[in-house]
Design a binder for this molecule. Structure first.
Ligand code: CS2
Length: 483
């Protein structure tokens, strides 16, 4: 347990030095943790500026460094956009160019926290076993080259190893990705990775490193031409690192920072003892509905989430799904799930937010387990409420089939999924709904046994996939809300 670090005297955030390394400086980080840290330092000071590390992209690193790492966040309010200039980032590093400065930053005793947004697929941790996925490309590379890592686990473990060797206290590691119990999962992956390269180090990590879990929330579409135009109009600055986001923002953090942290509560963060119920609520109600909208939206040519929500039947279906998802969770003190759902519907409807269904549809094999399969397993075996979950899974399959059919040259890239090659192989022949279900639900280590064994689930998904394939998304939606 800790309290926030408010020891610094007069806040002078721009002159503060770095105390955080953040891995994954995409739009979401810039719209979320960077803003919380900015506000926290303005309010309470502290040397908590952020050194941003990009694992792959180099463009954003160059763009940020060329402007002292200050950047614009446009909040899309209903009554017009509002621009903020964020200065909490102190420098950006491209790990793919040179890993040495990344490891140097991680070894700096002034760094007390490492935060992470790398998306689900970059973890390389088996969700059920908590062990590393030895065949994950980055994990495989890093296990063989542990002093020149390229991926998340390898970099964290190499940084911790250097600190141990130099007698420096470890940093606290904070996953900010949409994974259930993200801190617990990352802890077990880091320890398992360390065991494979240095068992003593694994013991030291087990004893000394905190991995608080967090729930993060802010809808942040990819930046588009309008983002940069509005940034220029509102600030007068040409900013290739500008991003846009919704007004809403939430961060629920397990308060376990033995070496202090920024006063994130000043920016509205909620510090709690147990994040899990908040994570479940958000993953199942927000992200699960997002996936439902994304896959049905892709089948039915709804380009943006707001377009789907403007369709009355579609919006009714989403509300129905939220209700079903809420039924899978234990009550959470202070939160009324139906109010939370109503607020989500309003956020999804925001006409100012152009969130492409295509963007959310990416990486389905990484997202469906926590968003759709887990809650489905928590409903009674033959519950009618399983319908909307089955529809989301069926819609994912329908999208996959559409894309496989249009990928004339077998381009797995089009599927935008880390398991694209396996999927392409599974669907090599032209197949009917039953065969497609068998092949895709049978991907190794994916759909939980409880669903594999359920005839009810199987029939529910196949029936919906048949409707989607023969009559399209709107027919499937009507069928679901009439059921
Ligand atoms: C979305 C999320 O792309 C997706 O999968 O569901 O990025 C979502 O917008 C955020 O989690 C909102 O906080």
């Amino acid at each position: 347990m800790t309290s926030s670090d408010s020891s610094a005297a007069a806040p002078d955030a721009d002159r503060a030095t770095a105390g955080i390394v953040h891995i994954g400086i995409g739009a979401f980080h810039r719209a979320h943790q960077a803003v919380y840290t900015d506000v926290a330092m303005q309010a309470k000071g502290g040397n908590w500026r952020i050194i941003g590390v990009s694992l792959r992209s180099t463009d954003i690193v160059d763009a940020l460094n060329a402007q002292d790492c200050a950047f614009t966040v446009i909040e899309r309010h209903p009554d017009g956009p509002k621009a903020l200039r964020i200065t909490s980032l102190s420098k950006a590093i491209a790990a793919s160019r040179d890993i040495a400065p990344v490891l140097d930053a991680l070894t700096d005793p002034a760094i007390g926290i490492v935060t992470i947004t790398v998306t689900e697929k970059a973890y390389g941790i088996d969700r059920v076993l908590g062990a590393v996925q030895a065949e994950h490309p980055a994990v495989k590379h890093d296990l063989a080259n542990s002093t020149t890592p390229t991926g998340l686990l390898g970099i964290l473990v190499a940084g911790l190893k250097r600190r141990k060797q130099a007698g420096i206290r470890p940093f606290t590691i904070v996953s900010c990705d949409n994974l259930p119990s993200n801190g617990v999962l990352l802890r077990s992956g880091v320890i398992d990775f360390a065991k494979r390269v240095d068992p003593d180090l694994a013991g030291w990590i087990e004893e000394n490193v905190s991995f608080p879990s967090t729930m993060v929330d802010r809808i942040t579409p990819a930046a588009a031409a309008r983002t940069f135009e509005d940034a220029k109009i509102l600030t007068g600055i040409d900013d290739p690192a500008a991003i846009e986001t919704e007004p809403f923002s939430q961060w629920v953090i397990e308060d376990d920072f033995p070496d202090g942290r920024p006063a994130w509560e000043e920016a509205g963060a909620i510090l709690v003892h147990d994040v899990e119920p908040y994570e479940l609520m958000k993953l199942r109600m927000l992200n699960g509905s997002h996936s439902l909208i994304a896959y049905l939206g892709q089948v039915g040519d709804y380009r943006y989430v707001r377009d789907a929500m403007a369709n009355e039947a579609f919006s009714q279906l989403v509300a129905q799904h939220m209700k079903n998802a809420a039924a899978t969770m234990a009550p959470l003190a202070g939160i009324d799930f139906s109010d939370y759902g109503a607020e989500l519907v309003e956020r999804f409807r925001n006409p100012e937010i152009a969130h492409e269904t295509r963007q959310i549809a990416m990486d389905g094999t990484e997202k469906l387990p926590q968003r759709i399969f887990s809650p489905a397993c928590d409903l009674p075996q033959e519950s009618k409420m399983l319908g909307t979950f089955a529809l989301c899974f069926a819609a994912w399959m329908a999208v996959i089939c559409q894309r496989v059919n249009t990928a004339q040259d077998g381009t797995a890239e089009l599927l935008n999924d880390p398991r694209a090659n396996e999927i392409m192989e599974a669907l090599a022949d032209h197949q009917d709904a039953t065969a497609i279900y068998e092949k895709l639900s049978g991907l190794k280590g994916w759909m939980p046994k409880q669903l594999q064994d359920s005839l009810f689930w199987r029939e529910a998904v196949i029936k919906r996939l048949s409707i989607l394939m023969s009559d399209g998304a709107d027919a499937a939606i009507r069928h679901e809300i009439d059921a």
